[in-house]
Design a binder for this molecule. Structure first.
Ligand code: ADP
Ligand code: MG
Length: 379
């Protein structure tokens, strides 16, 4: 066990790193963050901010010397960086356990190797793969870059082979997957913590509503048949076991209108759809990540209350694209007794940028959802 006041390293300075740092500091740990941005959400909270690129050798050297364990807040850290850090200290999760999630082609092959289902898809590495890729699927399709996509970025909807060809060029003729666009009943996610010794524990399943490819709202408990939420938790555990994963892992699932459970993608980290755990569970996903990487006992994942979480994007700032956007009206939100507001300390609001979120607790999710929607409209 790595006990406080040990120093924990974090690669990445976004809001996920910020909540991790807050939770680690409240348990008496010291946190060092590597992040190139001088004013990032996590660096504001860390004991020490090493302002450098994620692959800056000097910075990494400093980090691996000072930290008992190093973790990350996003999946796109090059494996070579994690391997370099792992020569001298613990890195959790390991490079090997996150590499599948860095590439949609590998990720889908991995999901299938676990005996689980994905949407029908084809692989397009070069334009000569396009004709074969569309054989097994039906239009409309979504063309997605294999690497580096998030919040719906790097995705183009296509309705025929010509649009696939154009889309492939627009995306830079880099490896892609072409996914059949499935008719979704809903989406859910499982977040679990897994320890080095192999035990894992899931948080309650969240039901997720997206807008324009970005998470808008999470509802917990999910209003989905128990056999599906249980199957999702079993599937997530199976994948975590196969990866020999240590830390917190999130898995996004689709539920089709025919009632099939498909794995959408894996995020080898804490996840936006787990933000509800900050206010509605005994242990937050961030504290669980800390517990897993330090090999402490599991924190309880018990849900204390039904909850609805809504993301606050820069879009709700007035005149967001102007030189001086004005703050939303926080009055109603701050006056609502069952509501908790979290802002990430980002100085500049932009369209599509995640600025904060809020959670509404209530005796059932229906009431929480109504209240959350009213509060969101008033921003
Ligand atoms: P990201 O990595 O940006 O989160 P996702 O692949 O999870 O990308 O896509 C974002 C959202 O877009 C999904 O949560 C879902 O709402 C929608 N979406 C993505 N792929 C499909 C698909 N094949 N069929 C239907 N909806 C999809
Ligand atoms: Mg996603």
């Amino acid at each position: 066990m790595i006990l406080p006041p040990a120093t924990i390293g974090m690669l990445g300075g976004g809001q996920l790193g910020r909540f991790f740092a807050m939770n680690a500091r409240s348990l008496g740990y010291t946190v060092h963050v590597i992040e190139p941005d001088p004013h990032s959400p996590a660096a504001q909270i860390a004991d020490k901010h090493i302002q450098a690129a994620y692959d800056d050798k000097e910075a990494l050297k400093q980090l691996r010397q000072s930290c008992a364990v190093i973790t990350t807040e996003f999946e796109n850290i090059p494996a070579s960086v994690l391997d370099y850090l792992a020569e001298k200290t613990l890195v959790r999760p390991s490079a090997a356990s996150i590499s599948n999630a860095q590439d949609r082609i590998d990720e889908k092959a991995f999901i299938k190797s676990c005996g689980l289902l994905t949407v029908p898809y084809g692989v397009i590495r070069t334009s000569s793969d396009i004709a074969t890729a569309i054989e097994a699927i039906e239009f409309p399709c979504i063309l997605k870059t294999a690497r580096l996509g998030y919040d719906g970025k790097g995705q183009i909807t296509t309705n025929n082979i010509e649009e696939v060809r154009q889309g492939f060029t627009t995306l830079g003729s880099i490896p892609c997957v072409l996914e059949q666009k499935v008719n979704l009943e809903t989406e859910i996610s499982v977040i679990l913590g897994r320890k080095q010794a192999g035990e894992s524990k899931c948080f309650p399943v969240a039901e997720n509503i997206h807008r324009d490819g970005i998470l808008f709202k999470s509802i917990v408990p999910a209003n989905v048949a128990t056999h599906l939420t249980e199957a999702a938790q079993t599937a997530a555990k199976r994948m975590a076991d196969k990866l020999d994963y240590v830390g917190v892992l999130a898995v996004e699932f689709f539920i089709t209108q025919q009632g099939a459970l498909l794995v959408n993608e894996i995020a080898p980290r804490v996840h936006n759809s787990g933000h509800y755990t900050l206010d509605a569970c005994i242990t937050s996903q961030f504290e669980q990540q800390l517990r897993m990487v330090c090999d402490l006992p599991f924190g309880s994942t018990k849900l204390l209350s039904p909850v609805v979480m809504i993301n606050i994007l820069g879009d709700v700032w007035k005149d967001v694209e102007s030189a001086q956007p004005s703050q939303p009206n926080w009055q109603a939100l701050l006056s609502s007794p069952q509501t908790k507001l979290h802002l990430y300390g980002k100085a500049v609001a932009r369209t599509g940028r995640k600025m904060g979120h809020f959670c509404v607790l209530a005796k059932n999710t229906k009431i929480a959802e109504q209240e959350a929607e009213i509060l969101f409209e008033q921003l």
